[in-house]
Design a protein around this ligand. Structure first.
Ligand code: HEM
Length: 477
C-alpha cells in the first residue's frame, strides 16, 4: 500500500512497490552511507522519528539521544525482524543470538555471556590470549614495518583471539584452515560490497536487484563457512569428556548433554549459529576500530606524541599495562573515546522489530515494523559536542586531566540487546593500540598521498585500505 498508517511518523512519500527506497538509496550513494542519508531526511522532515517504507518493510529511524535511549531501553523494541535475509543467513532456521528474539534469545544470550565471562572475559586469561596475538602483530611490524597494511594484520589477530575463546586454540598463520577462514570472511565482506554493502541489514534490496546483490553467492559462502565450523564442532564432539568446559564449544556440548536439556534450545545447529554470530558480529567491528585508531594517530602526530608521553609516564613507574590500569592513562582513554565517537564503526544500531503497536513522541510505531537507531545522529549533535567535526580528545577530560565518562557515547548499544562482546572488544582495542604505540611511531609512507578517515560504507564502517610506516621508538621505558 502507498497509504501510510494513521499517525505514522513523518517522512518521504511512498511509491508503489518500492516505497521510499529510491529516495533513500540515492541519498545514501551521494552522501556515502545509509546513516548519512537518514540524517539528511531527519533534517528535511524536521523529525527525530522518521517513517519510511523500504520495499515491503515499514521502517522507522530514530535519532537524538533522549529518543534513542527510550527505544533501546524499552522491551517493546527488543525483537529482531524475521525476513528473507535472516533465514538465508541462518541456514533456513531462526537460530543463534543476533537474529533471534523472545525467550529463546534471552536464554541463549545468558548462556553465552556467562560462559564467556567464566572463560575469562574481563579476567587475566583473556588478556593473556590477546597478548599472545599482540606478539605476532609486533613481529610482523618489526619485519615489514617500513610499509605495512596494518588492517590485515590486526584483523588476523582479532580473529585468532575470537577463535581461541570459541575453539580453545590459536591457529598459526601457516595453518591452511586459518587462511581458509580469513578468506571466507573476506569473501563474504566483498559479497556484501557488491550491493553497496547493504544487503546484510537491508534485505529489501533483493527486490530491486536479486542477482546483483549477490545473495546466491552469500548462500554458497555460508555453506563453506558452515563446513569450516562443523569440522571443529565435530572434532570437539568426538573429544568431549564430561569435565570439559574450557572453551565455548565444549561448554555448549556439555550443556547439550545435560540430562533433561531442551534439545530445541541446545542443538548442534544452534551451536553452529552462535559461532557464526560471534565471528560476524565481533571480528570486523573490533579490528576496524583498531585500524581507525591507528590511522587517526598517523593523521594527528601531535595527538600521537601525547599518547606516547602518557604511556611512557606510566611505564616509568609500572612494569605491565593491563586494561584495569587505564585510569592511570586518562589521555589514552580520552583518545579511544573520541575515536568511538568520531570514527564510530556501527553508526546504525539494529534492526529491531517492535512487538506491539507502540507510541513514540506522539507517533504510532506499528507492530512488527523495523526500527533502526541512528547512533550517528548523537555523535554529530552540535548541542552535545559544540564542535563535533573536530577530533578533540580533550572533550573527555576535565580541567585536571581526569577522564570524564559521557553517557551519550554508546558504541556497544544499550539495554538488553547490547553487545555481548563489549568487554573482549574493549580489551583488544586498548591493548593493541597502547602496545603498538608504545613501541612504534606511525608515519605516512613517503611518496604516497596522505590517507583519509572517510570510511567505506557497509554493515560496519571500515577505513579505506592505507599503507603506513612504523618507526621503532628508542629508549622506551
Ligand atoms: C568495537 C567492537 C564492537 C562494536 C562497536 C560492537 C557493537 C555492537 C552493537 C552496537 C550491538 C547492538 C545491536 C543492537 O542493539 O541491536 C552489538 C551486538 C552484538 N555484538 Fe557487538 N560490537 C563489537 C564487538 C563484538 C565482539 C568482539 C563480539 C563477540 C565476541 C560481539 C558480539 C555481538 C553479538 C552476538 C551481538 C548481538 C546481541 C543481541 O542481539 O542480543 N560484538 N554489538
Amino acid at each position: 500500500s502507498i497509504i501510510k498508517p494513521r499517525n505514522f511518523p513523518l517522512g518521504p512519500i511512498w511509491l508503489p512497490i518500492v516505497g521510499s527506497l529510491p529516495r533513500v538509496q540515492k541519498l545514501s550513494k551521494k552522501l556515502g552511507g545509509l546513516h548519512l542519508s537518514f540524517l539528511e531526511l531527519t533534517k528535511e522532515f524536521k523529525t527525530n522519528v522518521l517513517g519510511l517504507k523500504l520495499g515491503n518493510d515499514i521502517v522507522v529511524v530514530i535519532s537524538s539521544y533522549p529518543l534513542i535511549r527510550e527505544v533501546l531501553t524499552n522491551g517493546n523494541y527488543d525483537g529482531r525482524p524475521d525476513n528473507f535475509f535472516v533465514r538465508l543467513r541462518c541456514y533456513g532456521t531462526r537460530r543463534g543470538i543476533t537474529c533471534t528474539d523472545g525467550p529463546f534469545w534471552k536464554a541463549q544470550k545468558v548462556f553465552v555471556s556467562s560462559h564467556l565471562s567464566s572463560l575469562g572475559f574481563g579476567k587475566r586469561i583473556m588478556e593473556h590470549k590477546i597478548r599472545e596475538e599482540l606478539e605476532e602483530v609486533l613481529a610482523v611490524i618489526k619485519s615489514d614495518g617500513k610499509k605495512l597494511y596494518i588492517g590485515r594484520v590486526v584483523s588476523q589477530a582479532v580473529i585468532n583471539v575470537l577463535w581461541s575463546i570459541t575453539a580453545g586454540k590459536r591457529i598459526s598463520k601457516e595453518d591452511l584452515r586459518f587462511n581458509k577462514l580469513l578468506d571466507l570472511l573476506a569473501k563474504r565482506t566483498r559479497a556484501f560490497d557488491m550491493s553497496g554493502g547493504l544487503l546484510g541489514q537491508y534485505p529489501w534490496l533483493r527486490f530491486i536487484a536479486p542477482e546483483k546483490t549477490g545473495y546466491n553467492l552469500i548462500k554458497s559462502l555460508n555453506e563453506e563457512i558452515k563446513e569450516f565450523f562443523m569440522e571443529t564442532i565435530n572434532e570437539h564432539n568426538e573429544t568431549w569428556t564430561e569435565d570439559r568446559d574450557d572453551d565455548l564449544i565444549y561448554a555448549f556440548i556439555s550443556e547439550m548433554k545435560r540430562p533433561g536439556r531442551d534439545h530445541a534450545m541446545f542443538s548442534i545447529q544452534q551451536l553452529l549459529m552462535i559461532c557464526l554470530d560471534l565471528f560476524i558480529a565481533g571480528s570486523n567491528a573490533t579490528s576496524n576500530t583498531i585500524d581507525f585508531a591507528l590511522l587517526t594517530m598517523l593523521l594527528h602526530p601531535d595527538i600521537q606524541d601525547k599518547v606516547q608521553d602518557s604511556l611512557d609516564g606510566y611505564y616509568k613507574e609500572h612494569r605491565n599495562l593491563d586494561y584495569h590500569d587505564r585510569d592511570h592513562i586518562p589521555y589514552v582513554e580520552a583518545v579511544l573515546s573520541e575515536i568511538e565517537r568520531y570514527c564510530n564503526v556501527a553508526p546504525l544500531i539494529g534492526p529491531r522489530r517492535v512487538s506491539e503497536d507502540t507510541m513514540l513522541e506522539g507517533y504510532l510505531i506499528p507492530k512488527n515494523s523495523t526500527v533502526l537507531v541512528n547512533a550517528y545522529s548523537i555523535y554529530v549533535d552540535k548541542e552535545i559536542w559544540k564542535d563535533p567535526e573536530v577530533f578533540r580528545p580533550e572533550r573527555f577530560l576535565d580541567s585536571k586531566g581526569k577522564f570524564v565518562y559521557n553517557k551519550v557515547l554508546m558504541p556497544f548499544g544499550l539495554g538488553r540487546r547490547r553487545c555481548l562482546g563489549e568487554s573482549l572488544a574493549r580489551h583488544c582495542v586498548f591493548i593493541f593500540f597502547s602496545e603498538i604505540l608504545r613501541n612504534y611511531t606511525i608515519r605516512p609512507v613517503e611518496g604516497l598521498p596522505l590517507p583519509t578517515l572517510k570510511p567505506l560504507p557497509g554493515l560496519t564502517l571500515s577505513p579505506q585500505k592505507y599503507l603506513a610506516r612504523f618507526v621503532p621508538r628508542k629508549n622506551v621505558p
